[in-house]
Every structure is written in structure tokens, then in C-alpha cells.
Design a protein around this ligand. Structure first.
Ligand code: BT5
Length: 321
């Protein structure tokens, strides 16, 4: 946690005022430095009562995904060790991809309050209104062959699903390949993008959109019938930094499984959780529709469909309901 986080911790540790001297002593900085931190916090949107005789008192905090706020709830070590926050980006994935290209290490995350060009798969759009949801990208550098990367989408969905279960009584469902649904409606999607070199992965960017405090009135017309949020489902608002901190912790846990036990282990957990085996599915692959009984997930993340006794392997597509 950096110094702003430490100052906030001190402010939050008391119910009333805390003296500048006390904070200065705790942080081993001068009282002038403390005063500067307070001004900085105000610029970030914190409401601070400053009293000459009594010191400082925190009156209110902004609803923002600042790194030091996420850190309060994050149990991960590598994933989220560095979090870059922006009010607005074209796309957190584009930003993270450029960072990764210039050597940013594994674990660095990018979060934004809003996106102008939030990306879905296959050139689709991810609706990204301001200050409501989580738009997160994480840089990973797994030592695997490119054909083993696909299950990273599954580990992301599993991490989102666990996060929802830890925060609510909801029972999310997983839909191949990258959706997390609540009550048949999409609450989260993952887009992974990768850069390869020869037969190796240079890096992967996991992009996660999770609808948190999104209300119906914030939704584009296109997604209204098929999208939902934690707020819509529970009628409660959520502290987004908390949701994000828990999500990063879960991502690290599943990434650990991926690295230790391999991609197949992640496919198995996903397959079990999604209860996909034996289900009758219709899958749209670039306009071609295949209908059959799901036999499971192949080691590369493809879905295996039994169509009249013949197994069809589908690597990219969308499941129709
Ligand atoms: C996805 O694509 O589900 C991947 C979404 C990834 C978004 C994150 S946000 C952070 C990071 N930065 C980015 O630029 N992207 C990632 P796909 O399976 O293709 O689903 C896209 C479809 O979901 C759209 O065509 C809509 O129908 C629907 N959709 C769009 N926005 C939505 C939202 N906010 N909630 C629910 N559904 C949405």
C-alpha cells in the first residue's frame, strides 16, 4: 500500500479527529507532508474535515476503484501488486496490452471507471457506463504453448463466479465459453487476448467486465433484455473496490491451479461447475449452427458436441438458448 493508503488507514482507524502529528509519526514523514497528502486525497474526491486544533477527520470517500481501496480487500500477492486506475479509457484491454508489449510484469492490472470502446469477442461491444461496474484487465505471462491459453477464459469465469457466491446468495451459472449468468442473464464476460512468439506465449491479457451497481436505466437498449447486475439481482449496492479485491484474490487462486496442475485441471473444474455434460446445445459458430449433446470440454477449451453419433469440436462460437 502506498502512502495515501496508509493515511486513509489512519483516518479510518478512528471515529473522530486524528492529529497531523500522529499520522506524521506513523508514516515517518513531516507534518507538511501529511498536509500535502490530505490535499491530494481531496483532489481524489475524499471529503476531509481539517481543523487547526484537532487535526483531520474523514467525512466521506468517493466511489472509485483506486488501487489503495482495492488493496484493502485483496488477499493476492502477485495479481494486483500493481493496479493502474483511470477514470476513462478506450478499453482496459488495449491499455494493458500496450503495457505488456513494453515489458510490464505479470500481475499488473488496469481498471477503469468507464470505457469508450469496451471490447467483447469477435469485434462486439462491451457496454461500459461510468462508475457502475468493474472493467478490469490483468497481464499474465504463463509459460505455456499458445494452444493451452484458452482455459484462462474458464479460470476467469470461475473466479468471477466464486466472487459472486462469496458476496451474495446468488448461484451464478457458467455458459460456454466466457459468460457468467445469473437467472439466464449475463452479469460478466471475459475477453482474453494474447501475444505469441514462435511457439511460446509472450503474454495474455485477461479482460473482465462485471456488472456491479448497474441499473436498468443505465443499460443500452440492446443489452436490456439479456444483461443483469449484482444490484439488480440483490437490490443492494456493492462497494466496487471490495468486489474487485475479492475477484483478484480468486483470479490468483485459480491461476495457481492452472500453473500447478495444468490447463486440463481448469477445464475439469469449469466443466463440473457448468454442468455441461449431456446437455443439448445449439452453438453458433460464425453463422453456422450446430446442435447436439455436449460431451464435455477438450483440453484446449473447445466444446465437444455429439451430433447424431459424430463428435464435432467447436473452438469458437456462442451457445444459443
Ligand atoms: C464478452 O464478449 O463477454 C467479453 C467482455 C469483456 C469486457 C471486458 S471489460 C474490461 C476489458 N476491456 C475491454 O475492452 N473488454 C474487457 P462477448 O461474449 O462477445 O459478449 C458481448 C455481448 O455481450 C454483446 O454483444 C452484448 O450483447 C452483451 N453485452 C455488452 N455489454 C454488456 C454488459 N455490460 N453486460 C452484459 N452483457 C453485455
Amino acid at each position: 500500500m502506498d502512502n495515501l493508503g496508509e493515511v486513509l488507514k489512519e483516518l479510518r482507524g478512528v471515529s473522530g479527529f486524528i492529529s497531523g502529528d500522529h499520522i506524521a509519526g506513523k508514516l515517518h514523514v513531516s507534518r507538511t507532508a501529511v498536509w500535502k497528502y490530505m490535499n491530494q486525497l481531496e483532489r481524489y474526491g475524499y471529503d476531509i474535515d481539517k481543523s487547526k486544533g484537532k487535526g483531520y477527520r474523514l467525512l466521506g470517500s468517493p466511489d472509485k476503484l483506486y488501487a489503495w481501496e482495492i488493496d484493502r480487500y485483496r488477499a493476492s500477492t502477485a495479481i494486483g501488486a500493481k493496479i493502474i486506475h483511470r477514470d476513462n479509457l478506450d478499453s482496459t484491454n488495449i491499455f494493458a496490452f500496450a503495457l505488456a508489449m513494453s515489458g510490464e510484469p505479470e500481475g499488473t492490472c488496469v481498471v477503469a471507471e468507464s470505457q469508450n470502446k469496451g471490447k467483447g469477442r469477435l469485434g462486439r461491444k462491451w457496454s461500459s457506463p461510468d462508475g457502475r461496474n468493474i472493467y478490469l484487465s490483468v497481464i499474465l505471462r504463463p509459460m505455456v504453448h499458445p494452444s493451452n491459453v484458452y482455459p484462462i477464459t474458464f479460470l476467469s469465469s470461475l473466479a468471477v463466479s466464486d466472487t459472486i457466491e462469496q458476496l451474495t446468495d446468488l448461484r451464478p451459472a457458467l455458459k460456454w465459453p466466457n459468460d457468467v449468468l445469473v437467472g439466464q442473464k449475463k452479469i460478466s464476460g471475459t475477453l482474453i487476448e494474447l501475444s505469441t512468439e514462435a511457439d511460446m506465449v509472450r503474454f495474455v491479457v485477461i479482460g473482465i467486465g462485471l456488472n456491479v451497481n448497474l441499473e436498468m436505466k443505465d443499460m443500452d437498449r440492446e443489452i436490456k433484455p439479456k444483461a443483469t447486475s449484482l444490484l439488480i439481482e440483490t437490490k443492494k449496492t456493492f462497494e466496487r473496490p471490495r468486489v474487485c479485491g475479492i475477484l483478484l484474490s480468486n483470479l490468483e487462486r485459480y491461476y495457481g491451479v492452472f500453473k500447478t496442475n495444468g490447463p486440463r485441471a481448469i477445464c475439469d473444474i469449469w466443466e463440473e461447475k457448468a454442468q455441461i455434460r449431456g446437455k443439448y446445445l445449439e452453438i453458433n459458430q460464425m453463422g453456422e449452427v450446430y446442435a447436439g449433446q455436449a460431451k464435455g470440454i477438450d483440453r484446449d477449451g473447445a466444446i465437444l458436441l455429439d451430433i447424431n453419433g459424430t463428435t464435432k469440436k467447436i473452438l469458437a462460437g456462442d451457445v444459443n438458448f
